[in-house]
Design a protein around this ligand. Structure first.
Ligand code: SAH
Ligand code: DHB
Ligand code: MG
Length: 222
């Protein structure tokens, strides 16, 4: 068992299950051409986000960490008429690429990209009463994951789902007392989720085109 077979199976699932929508490849190509790192969710993970958003009937989606807007577009495609998605991005260059991608994908009217540090945008979102959100996808700077989980809990309605990317990182998550702030941040985020009585939380290990990683998924119960 190795990365080759994971990637081959991912390709088989992708070819067999996913619609062949050129918008997604164009979104990634634009990110690549602009020098953005290829750290978007995989196509199959994007469809998982779409399935979850759609099955919840989510009207309001919050994403922390936009990059080129690849995951954003998968989720935006799941929104009903009148639904909106707010996505938070720190890097103005990433934001510019993402905005063009949203236009190309025809989701620019339902997606609001907020440029700036997510922790500041979250304060503004609360002040503007933009919530409560039905779905939150956490995928920005890992050291701040504990703060993002606290914010997700503040801004999500009971019945909402919180999905957190990159909770395995090739197994690095096992390193208790790690001095890598990404590992430490992700570990404390998981500890907060496990200790929070308002959450039913689980995590899934994933292999595939993004190597060995995983998602945490939590339902806000009250
Ligand atoms: N969700 C995207 C990938 C996001 S990569 C996808 O799957 O397609 C993480 C993004 O978070 C990067 O674009 C990075 O610039 C952004 N980011 C990092 N720190 C941030 C912060 N403090 N506030 C907002 N965005 C941040
Ligand atoms: C990295 C960040 C991500 O969100 C991801 O899905 C994969 C890698 C990174 O910063 O290396
Ligand atoms: Mg990620």
């Amino acid at each position: 068992m190795n990365d080759t077979i994971w990637t081959d199976v991912d390709r088989f699932f992708t070819d067999t299950l996913l619609p062949d929508d050129p918008v997604f490849a164009e979104t990634l190509r634009a990110g690549d051409a602009a020098g953005l790192p290829p750290i978007n969710v995989s196509p199959l993970q994007g469809m998982l986000l779409q399935v979850l958003v759609r099955s919840l009937g989510a009207h309001r989606v919050l994403e922390i960490g936009t990059l080129a807007g690849y995951s954003t577009i998968w989720m935006a495609r799941a929104l009903p008429e009148g639904g909106t998605l707010v996505t938070l991005e720190l890097d103005p260059h990433h934001a510019e690429v993402a905005r063009r991608n949203f236009e190309r994908a025809g989701v620019d009217r339902v997606v609001e990209l907020r440029l700036g540090r997510a922790l500041e945008s979250l304060v503004a979102i609360e002040e503007e009463n933009r919530g409560p959100f039905d779905f939150v996808f956490v995928d920005a700077d890992k050291p701040a994951y504990p703060e993002y989980i606290r914010w997700a809990l503040r801004l999500a309605r009971p019945g909402a789902l919180i999905v957190v990317d990159n909770v395995v990182r090739g197994g690095e998550i096992l390193e208790a007392g790690s001095d890598d702030p990404m590992v430490a941040g992700t570990r404390s985020a998981l500890e907060i989720m496990g200790a929070e009585p308002r959450l039913l939380a689980t995590a899934l290990q994933t292999v595939g085109s993004k190597g060995y990683d995983g998602f945490a998924v939590a339902l806000v119960t009250g």
